[in-house]
Design a protein around this ligand. Structure first.
Ligand code: ATP
Ligand code: MG
Length: 413
C-alpha cells in the first residue's frame, strides 16, 4: 500500500470527520503531487459529511462555496477546503453545472473529476484509491479524461486548457482521444470567462514547459481564446520563454513582445481582454517599449550612464526583471545578445553608491526651486528633468547647493 505523509492538520480533519461517522479523504491535486514527490500547494478533502456537519465539527470555518458543498476549515491560519461528495447536474452552458447534488457515494464524486491523475483519494487507512487507472497514467506521463473526453469537455470547456496546463506543468502527453476531443470542442472555450482562461494561461506560462503555449496554436485553440498568437511570427518563442525566469510578468512580457512585433496593438488588446491588472499590463507594455530602444553595452564608453538611464526608465524595482526579460529574448533574437552579468553588476554598484536615477532622489525638489526663482508649475517640471539629466551624467552634482546654482540659467532659458 502506498503511504503518503499527510500533514498533521489534514490527518486531524480526516480523523475528526471519521470520528463522527463520516468518510473523508485527501483528494485531487494534493494526492497527485505527493505521488510525484512534489509539495502540494494546498490540501483538499472530500467527505460524505454535509456542509452543516463540517461546520458543526470544526470551530472555525468559512462558507467558501456552500452551494457546491465546499466549506473551508481554518486551522492555525491555514485553510483546508472540505467538500461534500457531489454529482454535478447537467451542464447546459458549457461552463457550470445547473445544480449540484450531494451523494453518499465516493465513486460518484470521483467520476465528475477531470483527469485520471486528478481523481485519486487517499487516507492512511485505505491508501490510494485509484478508480480510473490514474497511477498508470501518472507513471507513463499521460493526461487522460475520466470517462468520455468529448462529454467531459462539453460539460466544461475549461478542462481543455487544464489538460494542456497539466501537460506543460508535468511534462506529460495528452492521451490521443483526449487530445482529439480538445481540438473538436475548442470552440466551447469562447463561453469560458476570461478570468478562468487567464488563470490557466498563467499556469502554462510559469510551468517548466512554457513553450507549450505554442501547442495552443497547433491545436487551433488560440483561434478561440488568443487569435493574436495566430497572427504573430512565433519562431523562437518557445526558446525565449524557456530561457526566461519562471516569473509571470517576465514570461507574459516575452509572449507579448512576440505578439507586438507583428501587430503593435495586439499585446495591449490581449491583456485588456484577459483583464490583466493595470500594474502588470503597464509593466509589460513598458518592458516592450524599452526593449525597442538601445540597451546598455559594457564596452560603450558611456556604459554606466546608460545603466542609470535604464534604471530611470524601468524604475528601480523593475530593472532586474527587465534585464531578465531581455536576456530571455536573446534566445530568439541576436540583437539581445549582451553581457548581462556585467550590466547587473554595474547596476548593483549604482544602487550601492546611491547614485541618483529618479526625480525622487534628486537633491532638490520643486519647492527648493520656487524659493529661488519665480517660475511657473510647468517650468519647474522641466527644470527638474533637466537637473536629473545632468545628475545622471555626473552623479557628484547631486548636491543641493550645486544644483541650485544651475537653476537661474535654466529658468531664464
Ligand atoms: P493545482 O495544482 O492547480 O491546485 P489541482 O488539480 O489541485 O491543481 P484544483 O483547481 O485545485 O486543481 O482542483 C482540485 C481538484 O478538483 C482537481 O484535482 C480535480 O479533481 C477537481 N477539478 C478542478 N477543476 C475541475 C474541473 N474544471 N472539472 C473537473 N474537475 C475539476
Ligand atoms: Mg489544488
Amino acid at each position: 500500500m502506498i503511504h503518503i505523509e499527510l500533514p498533521e492538520d489534514v490527518r486531524y480533519i480526516i480523523s475528526s470527520l471519521k470520528a463522527e461517522g463520516h468518510e473523508a479523504y485527501a483528494v485531487g491535486g494534493c494526492v497527485r503531487d505527493c505521488l510525484l514527490n512534489t509539495a502540494p500547494k494546498d490540501w483538499d478533502i472530500t467527505t460524505s459529511a454535509f456542509p452543516d456537519d463540517v461546520k458543526r465539527i470544526f470551530p472555525r470555518t468559512i462558507d467558501t462555496g456552500i452551494k457546491h458543498g465546499t466549506v473551508t476549515v481554518m486551522l492555525k491560519g491555514t485553510g483546508y477546503e472540505v467538500t461534500t461528495y457531489r454529482v454535478d447536474g447537467e451542464y447546459l452552458d458549457g461552463r457550470h453545472p445547473e445544480n449540484v447534488s450531494f451523494t453518499g457515494n465516493l465513486d460518484e464524486d470521483l467520476k465528475r473529476r477531470d483527469f485520471t491523475i486528478n481523481a485519486f483519494v487517499y487516507s492512511d487507512e485505505t491508501g490510494v484509491k485509484d478508480l480510473f487507472g490514474g497511477l498508470d497514467d501518472l507513471k507513463n506521463g499521460i493526461i487522460r479524461c475520466v470517462g468520455n473526453p468529448e462529454e467531459r469537455f462539453g460539460e466544461d470547456a475549461l478542462r481543455i486548457l487544464r489538460a494542456i496546463r497539466f501537460a506543460a506543468k508535468l511534462g506529460f502527453e495528452v492521451e490521443p482521444e483526449t487530445y482529439r476531443a480538445c481540438i473538436k470542442l475548442r470552440q466551447n472555450l469562447s463561453k469560458v470567462s476570461s478570468e478562468r482562461i487567464k488563470a490557466e494561461l498563467d499556469k502554462i506560462l510559469v510551468s517548466p514547459n512554457p513553450g507549450h503555449i505554442s501547442v495552443l496554436r497547433e491545436m487551433g485553440i488560440s483561434q478561440v481564446i488568443m487569435p493574436e498568437l495566430d497572427r504573430a511570427d512565433i519562431s523562437g518563442l518557445s526558446a525565449a520563454l524557456e530561457r526566461a525566469e519562471a516569473e509571470l510578468p517576465i514570461r507574459w512580457a516575452v509572449l507579448c513582445f512576440f505578439l507586438a512585433r507583428s501587430d503593435r496593438d495586439s499585446a495591449s488588446e490581449l491583456m485588456r481582454r484577459l483583464k490583466f491588472d493595470n500594474r502588470t499590463r503597464d509593466r509589460v507594455l513598458l518592458f516592450i517599449r524599452i526593449a525597442e530602444g538601445k540597451l546598455p553595452v559594457p564596452r560603450d564608453p558611456e556604459f554606466r550612464k546608460a545603466c542609470r538611464i535604464l534604471i530611470n526608465h524601468t524604475g528601480k524595482e523593475d530593472v532586474f526583471a527587465f534585464l531578465s526579460f531581455c536576456e530571455a529574448l536573446s534566445a530568439a533574437f541576436p540583437v539581445f545578445d549582451n553581457d548581462y552579468e556585467t550590466i547587473l553588476q554595474e547596476i548593483k554598484d549604482i544602487f550601492e553608491k546611491k547614485e541618483c536615477t529618479s526625480l525622487k532622489e534628486l537633491a532638490v525638489n520643486g519647492r527648493d526651486i520656487l524659493e529661488i526663482s519665480d517660475v511657473g508649475g510647468a517650468e519647474i517640471g522641466r527644470i527638474l528633468e533637466a537637473l536629473l539629466r545632468k545628475v545622471m551624467d555626473e552623479p557628484e552634482l547631486n548636491r543641493k547647493e550645486e544644483l541650485l546654482k544651475l537653476v537661474p540659467e535654466m529658468a531664464g532659458a
